[in-house]
Design a protein around this ligand. Structure first.
Ligand SMILES: NC(=O)C1=CN([C@@H]2O[C@H](COP(=O)(O)OP(=O)(O)OC[C@H]3O[C@@H](n4cnc5c(N)ncnc54)[C@H](OP(=O)(O)O)[C@@H]3O)[C@@H](O)[C@H]2O)C=CC1
Ligand SMILES: CC(=O)N[C@@H](CCC(=O)OP(=O)(O)O)C(=O)O
Length: 308
């Protein structure tokens, strides 16, 4: 029997991308609410409680409200794409490749917190080096990133695309999160296995989808005699045996004159690069903020849960 899937927030940016990934699938039955009823609480509660898996593509408060609508129901499984539950120990963190046991945890979980887009890149780069003891507790980790503007959902898409709005953004590129208190820092710290919160500086460019997340490192401040080659070998070994998180060969990185943030738009993979030589490296994750950074990861998690 086809599994019943309800996307609460199905008409938003993340929800629509999940729906488009489901269009040709025969193994799932999509439960749906018409656009004009998307905020009808009674209809949402009914659909949420009728699903096998509910995928929440809502702001944090509305996600918490949806989870409350399921209290007392011990059957429906939930994937939440908001920030609400990403450091909650009762929820499985939905980054299947982040260690060898994580796919199994997601497969068995009732509640899965889909990662944030920036943390997917940052944790993907940092966690293997923390797990191997290469990045010491005291290391001052910094994360610089650029996202396509769909990362800001319907509001930012309209701000970037509609010049008639009072809050139109005409900048081709801008920094934000300037107070260094971005909502993704706690999840980067927890799942990046960091002792100190990283300094995180996000930015947005005038392109719809795509992302680069950078973590520069001084090799002499790491444990052991590290080189670009040894860091690359650690990442390549960590991600061996699966094809969603790919580590670009060092020769490929060395030959690149530039790296395009849009290159993996429309794809659900993430590619990691090690740049640099001598005493410094820059680790970079390249992916689609709406692919492995959101909707692609949600569908991957749904598939793991359906395979239980
Ligand atoms: N965009 C991205 O790249 C990523 C987004 N996420 C997360 O995914 C979630 C959804 O984001 P995104 O798709 O970008 O946001 P959007 O603003 O594009 O879509 C949100 C949807 O939720 C609906 N909604 C809002 N409040 C309620 C409510 N109280 N009851 C019912 N429906 C409601 C909105 O309806 P209405 O049209 O009426 O506003 C809209 O359809 C967020 O938590 C976001 O942080 C995670 C990773 C990446
Ligand atoms: C460009 C942009 O605005 N991006 C969003 C993050 C997108 C994302 O990962 O969403 P979550 O809210 O689910 O964490 C931001 O910085 O708030």
């Amino acid at each position: 029997m086809a599994a019943k899937i309800f996307i609460d927030g199905e008409h938003g940016t993340t929800g629509l991308q999940i729906r488009s990934r489901m269009e040709s699938r025969r193994d799932v039955e999509m439960l749906s609410i018409p656009h004009e009823e998307r905020r009808n609480a009674a209809m949402r509660e009914d659909m949420l409680n009728s699903a096998d898996i509910a995928i929440l593509c809502l702001p944090d408060d509305a996600s918490r409200e949806a989870v409350a609508m399921l209290s007392g129901n011990n059957k429906v499984r939930v994937i939440d794409t908001s920030t609400a539950y990403r450091t909650d120990p009762d929820w499985a963190y939905g980054f299947a490749e982040m260690d060898k046991a994580q796919a199994g945890r997601i497969r068995a979980a009732r509640h899965v917190a889909n990662p944030g887009c920036y943390p997917t890149g940052a944790i993907g780069l940092i966690r293997p080096l923390r797990a191997a003891g290469i990045v010491p507790d005291s290391y001052p980790v910094t994360i610089n990133a650029v996202s396509g503007y769909t990362g800001g959902g319907k509001t930012m898409i309209a701000q970037m695309e509609d010049a008639s709005r009072d809050d139109h953004i005409d900048a081709p590129y801008f920094l934000y999160g300037l107070s260094l208190k971005h909502k993704h820092v706690p999840e980067m710290t927890t799942h990046g296995l960091l002792s100190r919160p990283p300094i995180f500086s996000p930015s947005v460019g005038r392109f719809a989808q795509g992302m680069l997340v950078q973590v520069p490192l001084y090799l002499e401040d790491l444990e052991g005699d590290q080189t670009a080659e040894s860091i690359h070998a650690t990442l390549a070994e960590y991600y061996a045996g699966q094809d969603i998180v790919q580590v670009a060969p060092l020769e490929t990185s060395a030959a690149l004159p530039r790296l395009n943030a849009e290159e993996l738009a429309g794809q659900d993979i993430m590619r990691l690069y090690v740049f640099g030589s001598g005493s410094q490296v820059n680790l970079v994750a390249q992916f689609d903020n709406l692919g492995k950074g959101a909707s692609g990861a949600a569908v991957q998690n749904m598939d793991l849960m359906l395979s239980a």
